[in-house]
Design a protein around this ligand. Sequence first.
Ligand code: UT7
Length: 323
Amino acid sequence: MTGRAVVVGVGHYLPERVVPNSHFEATLDTTDEWIQSRSGIQRRHFAAEDETTSDLAAHAARAALADAGLQAGDIDAIVLATSTADLTFPSAATMVQAALGMDKGFAFDVQAVCAGFVYALSTANAMILAGQAKRVLVIGAETFSRIMDWTDRSTCVLFGDGAGALVLESQTGAGTSADRGILSTDLNSDGRYKDLLYVDGGVSTQTTGHLRMQGNQVFRHAVEKLASTAETALDKAGLSANDVDWIVPHQANIRIISGTARKMGLSMDHVVVTVQDHGNTSAASIPLALSVGKQRGQINSGDLIVTEAIGGGLAWGAVVLRW
Ligand code: UT7
């Protein structure tokens, strides 16, 4: 018998405003055709001016709690992955805690950019296995529209806003890979690549800054590192790609998503894809895809899922879980 962190609820929230690729044709030297063929993105959502990351996160958290049939008071902790928190401090997680009316437990943010949700899941899993919490809300939420340089066509057409959330619950498993819950995690970073994807501002530089990316360089790292971390995580769980029902990847680029699946020897029939509708929502993209994948009827109880993500740092990783 062994402890397992099992997903008992999932939900998401997307801001109302949908922005199609054609929106950018008016102000930039770009086309819907270029954006779709290079990235797979057709549209994305942008938060309203008065909507913040913690607002999106609280909506997603409420949806996940409803899906789990739980109340905020049943939750011991909130781990929120974001790089676009409302304020420098306190954490967006404590703002969600207040919005949900939670007056106990603890809440904090995790910042690993696009790999943030994988890092947050891994952190929550470790806390559950250590007995520090029984039920954890794990949220990915971003408003990347706030850090775009609208004159830079190579980045501003790629990102969107949104939030997704899971409720993880401590349960007892048999200790085999047939157990429901998180079966393994694999985290990596390599700060030598910090200049490939970053925001050129922050508190210590007294500016907000904008996202800067050498897209083709990040692309080169992505497929190899994502396939490798997914395979390492599967190996740690005593499983292989043949056992996978669904890859739920970070949704940055359809060519990265399909290249990673191909490298793992899996067809696109085993991949949940939402990049066409959401763009790259950084730490929100995996929980958004999990929630949409469940709504579509793709993801069902007992399915073996591998999530993988890479982003600024570079930071990357994978989580293997049975739904
Ligand atoms: O989530 C965090 C991790 N991030 C990623 O995973 C993103 C990884 N990178 C990518 O997804 C791709 O590299 C991009 C979609 C960003 C770009 O695709 P690419 O095939 O790597 O294109 P590129 O950067 O090599 O640019 C090719 C050309 C360039 O023109 P020249 O120099 O060949 O004349 C760019 O200036 O495309 C041009 N270009 C554009 N053209 C029209 C760049 N952005 C645009 C645009 N519209 N929006």
